[in-house]
Design a protein around this ligand. Sequence first.
Ligand code: ADP
Ligand code: MG
Ligand code: ZN
Length: 705
Amino acid sequence: MFEQAQQALQEYYGYQSFRVGQEKIIKNILSGYNTLGIMPTGGGKSICFQIPALCFPGVTLVISPLISLMKDQIDSLNTIGIPATFINSSLEWIEIEERIEMARRGDYKLLYIAPERLESEDFLSRLNAIDISMLAVDEAHCISSWGHDFRPSYRLIPKLINNLASRPLVTAFTATATQEVRDDINELLGISTENTFVTGFDRPNLTFKVIKGENKRDFIEEYLSVNQDDAGIIYAATRKEVEALYNFLNNRGYSVGKYHAGLDHEERKKTQESFIYDDLKVIVATNAFGMGIDKSNVRYVIHHNMPKNIEAYYQEAGRAGRDGEDSECILLFSPADIRLPKYFIDQSKLSEERKEYEYDKLQKMIDYSYTGKCLRHFILDYFGEENPKESCDNCTNCNGEGDLEDITVEAQKILSCIYRTEQRFGIGLVAAVLKGSKRQKVLENGFDELSTYGIMSHYKIKEIKNLINFLIAEGYVLLSNSKYSVTQLSPKAMPVLKGEEKVYHKIRKRIEKVFVKNELFDILRDLRAELAKAEDLPPYVIFQDSSLKEFASKLPQNKDDMLKVKGVGFIKYQKYGKQFLEKIREYQIQNRSEESKVNQSNQEKVPSHLISYNLYQEGKSLEEIAEIRGLVISTIESHMIKVSTEGYEIDLESFVPDEYKEMIVEKIKEVGDEKLTPIKQELPTEVSYFHIKIMLMQDRLKDAI
Ligand code: ADP
Ligand code: MG
Ligand code: ZN
């Protein structure tokens, strides 16, 4: 039966292969076992029940918590030719009757229902008339009171299972992996632990970034100015913050919407729809936004504030890049953000034990913000993925974003101060002592007599606290785990205090565009928007950005070429293929005349480096020039150097990030300028030969050597 499943994946969905986790889960379901699949947001859970539904006789009943999501999923299924429908409170009575009748006749492979339906005895008995071979419980964590979205109606699912004339195969899916939630699902739905799969937590196309110590608004504005063509979500902690940030961005002319529970239903719905239909690029929202969003071309998710735990973070951040294209998840961190989630836990009516549990989870989130190790590894390890790689080359910590800064001396000062304050105080007091504050508590304890008093007076309090938190995340300092968090030295602190080991810290690089595309992509995106409007469908339901990108780079010429593109199945090809093929051909014909222009100019012998220079003068970036000319970036870099030596006007230094300049110059002074390799080797990897060459050409250096 698995072959049938693979065929369905190719024919309906247009995907070549299952993801690793999907294969395991689907095989297990097809073998007839009740199965629980735990995969991250965007990991591809829907296919895990949709494809078995196609393989089994009868109907698969899907319990899904959100009405908005249901309609989207059904639209998507129908556009790829799978008969499916939904029943929820948005329908008239008569429509419900019709759909039940059609399901009874076997006209659908999937029937989605809202859990609240199960409250009606009448509805339960009506379901009995339908040949239900499988039950799929989506967002299954809603069944557990440990989960973040407990839905009492989910507790009626066991009753549904028992009531059905013949017992269906039970499958359940969630992104929440905590043991408590898992246990609840296993028990309530009758799924054994051997049939529980925690898998596929890695989302390789997502870049993880933690940005600290920056003005958040400045960062966001700079970010949007670079990425304003693309869709993104910005999460803020409170309604008030959403409003403020929304106003700030709106006043600066960005295409933004806002979403939080304080707005009325109509307004929220409108905003959500404009976003889904690509009319609105950016949403500023509280965590109320997103459960109903399967929009696949969200290119970035920025967290203006830290969420309360890693589960929430990965779920929200995971809404980026469902289509598999490069996307970014950015956490803007400031230590003050810890206060709010901590306050919520404090004020909650939870038992002491449960509070402890929530504090623990919050601390993990804080650790994520401060760790100097691979962010992806941290997340995968947290979710219990087997043997995650130690580094990913795709997060701020692995990419060596920014300079490595030696903070050994600062670390020694802090560690020594913690020791001298007898390891009895929190971060705030330790920072105050280092700063040389005259706070009552400092004076009362006689800490102004300590040798560490005021030894970091030239730092801002905030900066000192940042450093302390960094040392906590790196395990040099321990924090006792209670309401009053007390700082203590770990064994790791000793070698640092004795000067046997160094401590390093990183600083951020400049912002770059997330999604690089060409002209044809934009043309195809316009065509898609047109078709979407005509059919009243979200654009990504027609083709995902990833398919458009492949069209634009591979230039399919016929049906066969087109079916090879990821995300193009038979039905979709029939519906839309021809129109896209035509556009691609049209573009190629136009471009051929462009090409011949380029050839002409070649005949006039315009040297290659000057063609690049002309594009540079038009304001194109080096990456764009490389893309336009079909050349690698290092060639374009050498063109820039060449034009400069020939005396053309060009600001080479602007290609070197400010924070590298001094570092490179210092290294050249130290190592000499005969050879590049020794200089490069001694600098962080993100400093390129191009950067070094440029600095070597600068006058200030000539004087120095
Ligand atoms: P989840 O429910 O786990 O959050 P979805 O089921 O919505 O995730 O899937 C996320 C995205 O991944 C969708 O755009 C889907 O089409 C895509 N996808 C799923 N499986 C595959 C696959 N095997 N190959 C390529 N894309 C896939
Ligand atoms: Mg889903
Ligand atoms: Zn990494």
